[in-house]
Design a protein around this ligand. Sequence first.
Ligand SMILES: [Zn+2]
Length: 610
Amino acid sequence: MAPGQFRDYVESVRSSMDIVQVVGESVSLRKAGRSFVGLCPFHQEKTPSFHVDQGKGLYFCFGCGTGGDAFKFVMNFHQVEFSDAVRMIGDRLGIPRPAPATAREAQEDRERRRALEALAEAQAFFEERLGSPAGSGAREYLERRGLDLEAARRFGIGYAPPGWDNLLRHLVTRNLRQEEILRAGLVVPRPSGDGVYDRFRSRITFPIRDTAGRIVSFGGRALGNEDPKYLNGPETPVYDKGRTLFRLHETAQEVRQARRVVVVEGYFDAVSLAAAGVPGVVAVCGTAFGAPHAQLVRRFADQVVLLFDGDSAGRRAAHRAVGPVLAAGLGLRVACPPDGQDPDDLAKTGGISAVEACLGAARDLPHFLVDEARKDFDLESLEGRVKALEMILGHLAQLESPLARADAAGRIAEGLGLDDQVVRDELRRAARERRRELGGSAGAVAPSAAKARKLTPAEADLIRFLVNLEHPGTERDRIASEIPLEALGPLARKVITRWADAAREGSTVGLTELAEVVEAHEATHILALPFVQAPEPDLAAALGAVDALRSEHLKAREAALQDSILHARDAAEQDRLALEKLAAARQRQALRHGPAGIAQGGSANAGSSK
Ligand SMILES: [Zn+2]
């Protein structure tokens, strides 16, 4: 579709949506004074700190600092992109979507929709088969593995019966065409090139959903020892394995609350742990845990616990996941079931307490890496220890925090029997090299980004005034011309510059968009503004804030000039600086004369900024 069309669509959704209704679908809200409050879905809490302001169309959590408008809420809650969030709300409100711009786009849209329809039909078919007489063998198999029919239903487990075309024939009766079924990955072309046959046969089926909850593929488990034990659906226009985690949609709320995701390798492991009551368990879908997975998880968890089999394949898989997890800035722990069990055995024999004990005993990164090194290198020899250190440093260099690196270095030194200082130095060198490889800029911004910048009360008042749409254009134009950008701190300057750019083009931007121009950890200071318990600043208050900012700025300038006077080279320079300081002091005096004096101060200020 044309970009303008989408913009119009966004605006019509924006003007029709009610944030209390949108948020209320996922969070139970109650009215409290001016706003609505509820338990935050983005962090674990017992008393509500999640506020929704219906009039302003914004939410904010005082517990974890997340906030924004209804679009932002849907993006964060359902883990979808902006355009999908708009469509989800728009569809709910019955606002017609704009037509696709090109015939090709329309075709692709239709193909994706038909594939999703085929997959949903297939799910209904598999579930029905599991409950039918034909599914008795599959039900017995599930019972043996600790899942009765009711539990199987809860997890959407189904059964693909033996035979070449059960599903195919069923889907054709549902008006799906062969090429549509093929595009959904449900059938395989015959080697002869003539026709297709069912991909999943004689298998337990697990529905794989995307983050929006739509079924995008299936995983199939053999009932006996047939190969392969697990059969994975292929990548299709609606299914990208590298960006999909089995049961992430179903367990998203638990992950968000615990800020932790437990990653296992098999569909069955994920289901048995969930059945045992372990929260936040997902599985990779026949692929390694990679960078896109880590990015996906990062949106709502701080820590990844890998719970892989203790065999060498499981170890290798855990080892491969270290890089992507650290690169995404997530914490990592590695748990391993005791005595060669797999996670499913553990849940079946010991229940949730055994699983939680195993997760609780998960090794942190240095511990895991030293254990790995012990298996791969001869730590008795110096050569082996040096090689082990190289392998470990490759991983640890990705740790962003110098504190975390120092802590890890100490423990690695102890584990390998190497000198503490040597390991620290080597790690610092490795981290520096890595930053250089990444292009220097990543390392350069890190120290300043670590300091969370805040807003002064005057900056806060000013921003609150600017984003309040109740003020008429003339009032805001007046303020826009008065804002002393040079007197603002870096955070306020970025935000207000963005606001002023939009104002110059005759448009307005909301707080949610303004918060997007700053770092995530700074955004919370912006998003909290509408929820502070202070009266809304009016024009006089906003002008007062401008005054206060100028005054602070001039005061700082006077102090800097005083410092220069003390270090001046000669008397002439001293005199010149003293005059400048006097001028600044006069400007500051002039600010105290109310609104009339502000204009005066404005012009005087323009003179001094040369
Ligand atoms: Zn929160």
